[in-house]
Design a protein around this ligand. Structure first.
Ligand code: SF4
Length: 63
Protein backbone atom coordinates (compact mmCIF):
# COMPACT_ATOMS: atom_id res chain seq x y z
CA UNK A 1 0.00 0.00 0.00
CA UNK A 2 1.41 3.35 -1.02
CA UNK A 3 0.64 6.58 0.78
CA UNK A 4 1.22 10.08 -0.54
CA UNK A 5 1.78 13.08 1.71
CA UNK A 6 2.03 16.76 0.76
CA UNK A 7 3.89 19.06 3.15
CA UNK A 8 1.52 22.04 3.33
CA UNK A 9 4.30 24.26 4.63
CA UNK A 10 6.37 23.61 1.53
CA UNK A 11 3.82 23.29 -1.31
CA UNK A 12 3.63 26.44 -3.46
CA UNK A 13 0.36 25.49 -5.17
CA UNK A 14 1.93 25.20 -8.62
CA UNK A 15 -0.62 22.45 -9.56
CA UNK A 16 1.99 20.32 -11.35
CA UNK A 17 1.36 17.20 -9.28
CA UNK A 18 -2.37 17.39 -10.00
CA UNK A 19 -1.60 17.49 -13.73
CA UNK A 20 0.78 14.54 -13.52
CA UNK A 21 -1.27 12.41 -11.13
CA UNK A 22 -4.89 13.61 -11.14
CA UNK A 23 -6.05 10.37 -9.49
CA UNK A 24 -3.77 11.03 -6.53
CA UNK A 25 -3.67 14.79 -5.95
CA UNK A 26 -6.22 17.59 -6.10
CA UNK A 27 -6.01 21.29 -5.37
CA UNK A 28 -7.78 22.34 -2.20
CA UNK A 29 -9.65 25.50 -1.37
CA UNK A 30 -6.48 26.60 0.42
CA UNK A 31 -4.66 26.74 -2.93
CA UNK A 32 -2.42 23.82 -2.00
CA UNK A 33 -2.29 20.25 -3.30
CA UNK A 34 -3.74 17.46 -1.18
CA UNK A 35 -3.85 13.69 -1.57
CA UNK A 36 -7.32 12.65 -2.74
CA UNK A 37 -7.30 9.58 -0.51
CA UNK A 38 -5.19 8.09 2.25
CA UNK A 39 -4.12 5.24 0.00
CA UNK A 40 -2.77 5.68 -3.53
CA UNK A 41 -4.69 3.48 -5.98
CA UNK A 42 -2.41 0.70 -7.26
CA UNK A 43 -2.87 1.83 -10.85
CA UNK A 44 -1.71 5.34 -9.95
CA UNK A 45 1.46 4.46 -8.02
CA UNK A 46 3.79 5.20 -10.94
CA UNK A 47 2.22 8.60 -11.57
CA UNK A 48 2.36 9.38 -7.84
CA UNK A 49 6.08 8.69 -7.83
CA UNK A 50 6.55 10.76 -10.97
CA UNK A 51 4.69 13.65 -9.33
CA UNK A 52 6.86 13.37 -6.23
CA UNK A 53 9.99 13.47 -8.37
CA UNK A 54 8.67 16.42 -10.37
CA UNK A 55 7.51 18.67 -7.53
CA UNK A 56 9.75 21.75 -7.82
CA UNK A 57 9.98 22.15 -4.05
CA UNK A 58 10.06 18.44 -3.11
CA UNK A 59 6.90 18.78 -1.01
CA UNK A 60 5.60 15.29 -1.82
CA UNK A 61 6.55 12.11 -0.03
CA UNK A 62 5.39 8.71 -1.26
CA UNK A 63 6.11 5.42 0.46
S1 SF4 B 1 3.93 19.89 -7.45
FE1 SF4 B 1 4.60 20.33 -5.34
S2 SF4 B 1 4.46 22.54 -5.13
FE2 SF4 B 1 3.27 22.00 -6.93
S3 SF4 B 1 1.16 21.79 -6.17
FE3 SF4 B 1 2.11 19.74 -6.11
S4 SF4 B 1 2.96 19.53 -4.02
FE4 SF4 B 1 2.53 21.71 -4.39
Amino acid sequence: MMKAIVDAGTCTGCTLCCDIAPDVFAMGDDGLAHPKAEEVPAAAEASAQEAAGSCPVSAIKVD
